[in-house]
Design a protein around this ligand. Sequence first.
Ligand code: DGJ
Length: 544
Amino acid sequence: MTINKLLTLSLALGLALAEPAAAQSAEATPIPQLVTRGGRHALLVDGAPFLILGAQVNNSSNYPEPLSTAWPLLDRIHANTVEVPIAWQQVEPEEGRFDLSFLQNLLDQARAHDKRVVLLWFGTWKNTAPGYMPAWAKLDNKRFPRMKDRAGKDHYVHTPLARTTLEADKRAFVKVMEYLRDHDPQNTVIMVQPENEVGSYRLPRDYSAAANRLFAQPIPPALAKRIGKAGTWTQAFGAQADRAFNTWHVAAYVNEIAAAGKAVKPLPMYVNAALAGPSNVPDPAGVASGGPQQDVLDIWKAAAPAIDFGAPDIYDRASGNVVQYLDKYARPDNALMVPEIGNAREFARFFYGAIGRGAIGFAPFGIDGTGYYNYPLGAKQLDEATLDAFALPYAALSSIMRDWARIAAERPTWGTFKPDDSAPQSATMGAWTVTATWGEWQFGQKDWTWLKSEPPSWATEPVGGVAVAQLSDDEFLVVGDHVRVSFAAAPGTAPNGMVVSVEEGRFDRGRWVASRVWNGDQTDYGINLLDRPQVLKVTMGRYR
Ligand code: DGJ
């Protein structure tokens, strides 16, 4: 079956593959929704699959003027979505007095610049701490208590066991969701992140007397069922028991807030994780204990059914670690999204690894013009080379954004990026092997000793990646930059496999339209994608 036949079949099956409803007019559109079918995920926006080509503004850009500095940069990198915080302290500066004026300004600015929004609720926990709680709440430790350490002293983190804090946070969050229900019929806001990087550093759980009593009890039945273990926290989780306990209670707290918000307007909601390294058994006192790190995702699933997925915030430059994070968060029961990644140039290539694993979104952190840079986590500054690194893959994908999202929800995909050791990467897709190599000129082969040359400038740079979608048995959609891609018959398959055609083109209402055929020098030495957005369809075949 060819890709255009697949499209016809998909439409016949009613798979929401038609062009989306007109976006961002004041007309009501279907509420965004996350759908999972056969272990693949799609974020539906305006009724059709959508890929978040995102960016997050800096923390204190949740005011009209600093927010206004973001749009030129978002356009520069071809982003379609901006992630913006809204803080409990600005929504409820005095108890019971609510101010949603920034939210309206955000909606106005985003619509004027034709961007969608992922709204970040900075409430009880922001990077675990209460910084964004209103002063009236964070100064009242009797009503809104912090966790107790083993000596009975206050820890800096608010306990997830205080109903008072939960109710107060929930009330303000619900006001935000009510405002979206009443003022955002066009769904400019497509998704919400309740809280930010929850958990507790240096203290795995609350050790107050009430918490200790709870800790001595058996684990909740829903959790016992999910993990197939019973007994106390210590019996079920051993050395990670304190952390598992805190994870359950933080997740249940966030779940209640998310569920109350969804009852008002059922937008997809996710939580982001401060990662503790790729190890599956982090030090409970070193990790943000309670957060949705990869090894405790099942606790989150059991405690927080209103949370659609947990997501990794990636500030790790080691390519092997990034592979592990992407692999661990891309699960049949957990849609992959990278809601934060460092904005330094070398992080841009990881985009291909994310979408190749079916990611519904990706967002470098700290994209605005306020002059703040979170180096050494991210870039020293957003210079042209850095912006280009994100702009190139986003430009290619934005030209096929709806098509990629639709195809990735149904068909096998693969994505890779140049690893730190520059080793070739390959995958078998059906009867074909796809191989990505790095740092080559566009002409000739590296092992041609008779044609001497110096390596190209990008051979030693942390650039290069490719994403491939298998459209049908023998057809592949390919996007990438600073990469050579080769297709060949997979070992053990029928003989005489060859590339039949390489077309550059685009989609028109879901149908592939070729603008030219690559051949000769453009394909004799592999398919070389370098410094401009290009979308290719590769067709393989066998001669008889
Ligand atoms: C991760 C947090 O989620 C962000 O809000 C920000 O603080 C970055 N770390 C660091 O810049």
